[in-house]
Design a protein around this ligand. Structure first.
Ligand SMILES: Cc1cc2nc3c(=O)[nH]c(=O)nc-3n(C[C@H](O)[C@H](O)[C@H](O)COP(=O)(O)OP(=O)(O)OC[C@H]3O[C@@H](n4cnc5c(N)ncnc54)[C@H](O)[C@@H]3O)c2cc1C
Length: 322
């Protein structure tokens, strides 16, 4: 951002955002589960939908690109950071409504975008509502989950999302029915690469009544499978690559003998080859090189070209001396 634009942006944001929630140069490494990435030129902790709409109007008027963070559990920020405005939807944007009965026998729960998916799954389980068991161990927010159509163990958000409320870049509110969200495998109408096209404010899921004990047992089983198979104690972003049609990325990478393959501080997990981990305080440059090496070697041996599932944003670090 040019200095004059940044000064205008800060002037526009100060009346809207509390001083403690408006940061310059905050390290994005602290906001992502991969634990690396450069600074956010300007970062706002967003606490309400009204505030977010005002912020969007200011950013759009000044032509400032906006990046949105949920829990940063599927986000790779390059080492030069995000040269624009970063919005973090976290604790202050995390309400989950009690279930409301629908005419067809299902129950609707509405969650704000910053609510953890695990909390939404637990609210559903407490009310003996089935359909969100798969989400019990996914470490993202409702907003990030909707954008990615997060899923596991045969379920995905597309199965239960009834509607989504978004803010446009112009600061207007739009409502989308599930069909309009264009959900596909780990994608939605909002998952185009680069700056956020629209920002999820809230999502409503519609769930069927079930048996609370069965729901809890299923959630515990899914979490036990994660603990057994996934390197959950190391900085990572879950599965780094999407599943190629009819195959598993982790199996292909393992069959190519790449478990433990390393670039700098990043390596292919020895526990689960689908997880590329930042196990030795690596940089985004290390991780990106690791991604490219793995893709090339898997392609050379199997003919399958792996597509990253992790969202890659930001700019590279300036070379030394610049
Ligand atoms: C240990 C581990 C296990 C995982 N297991 C799974 C799994 O089983 N299944 C699965 O699908 N994923 C899994 N993931 C990946 C990740 O948790 C999901 O993709 C999750 O949905 C991302 O949510 P988030 O809030 O962290 O989004 P972020 O990483 O913060 O953002 C992801 C993308 O969504 C955008 N975004 C975030 N919030 C909003 C918003 N409100 N409006 C518009 N855009 C937004 C971001 O700009 C970015 O492009 C795992 C990750 C980890 C670290």
């Amino acid at each position: 951002m040019e200095d004059t634009v940044k000064a205008e942006l800060l002037d526009a944001l100060r009346p809207i955002v509390k001083k403690k929630d408006l940061l310059e140069g905050a390290p994005l490494s602290a906001y992502t589960t991969l634990g690396f990435g450069g600074p956010a030129e300007v970062l706002c902790e967003v606490t309400s939908a009204e505030q977010l709409l005002e912020i969007m109007r200011a950013a759009t008027r000044l032509g400032v690109p906006v990046n949105v963070l949920g829990n940063g559990s599927n986000l790779l920020v390059r080492d030069g950071g995000w040269p624009g405005l970063t919005l973090h939807l976290g604790d202050g944007f995390a309400e989950v409504s009690p279930p409301v009965p629908l005419p067809d026998g299902r129950f609707a729960i509405t969650a704000q975008a910053g609510a953890p998916l695990t909390r939404l799954a637990n609210v559903a389980a407490d009310a003996a509502l089935t359909g969100l068991e798969f989400a019990a161990g996914i470490p993202g927010t409702v907003g990030g989950g909707v954008v990615m159509n997060a899923g596991a163990y045969g379920g995905e958000l597309a199965d239960v999302v009834d509607s989504v409320t978004c803010a446009t870049l112009a600061g207007e509110v739009r409502h989308y029915g599930s069909a309009e969200m264009a959900f596909g495998y780990r994608r939605s109408r909002l998952s185009a690469p680069g700056a956020a096209p629209e920002i999820v404010l809230a999502a409503t899921v519609a769930l069927r009544p079930g048996d609370e004990e069965t729901i809890r047992v299923t959630m515990r089983e899914f979490n036990a499978r994660r603990r057994e198979k996934q390197p959950l104690t190391l900085p990572c972003c879950g599965s780094t690559f999407k599943r190629p049609p009819g195959r598993f990325a982790g199996t292909l990478i393992e069959e190519c003998g790449l478990k433990g393959y390393r670039v700098g501080g990043a390596s292919v997990s020895a526990q689960h080859a689908g997880f590329l981990v930042n196990d030795q305080e690596g940089t985004a440059a290390d991780y990106l090189k690791l991604i490219e090496d793995v893709r090339r070697m898997v392609f050379d041996k199997t003919g399958v070209w792996l597509e990253p599932e992790v969202r890659i944003v930001g700019v590279d670090a300036a070379p030394p001396g610049i």
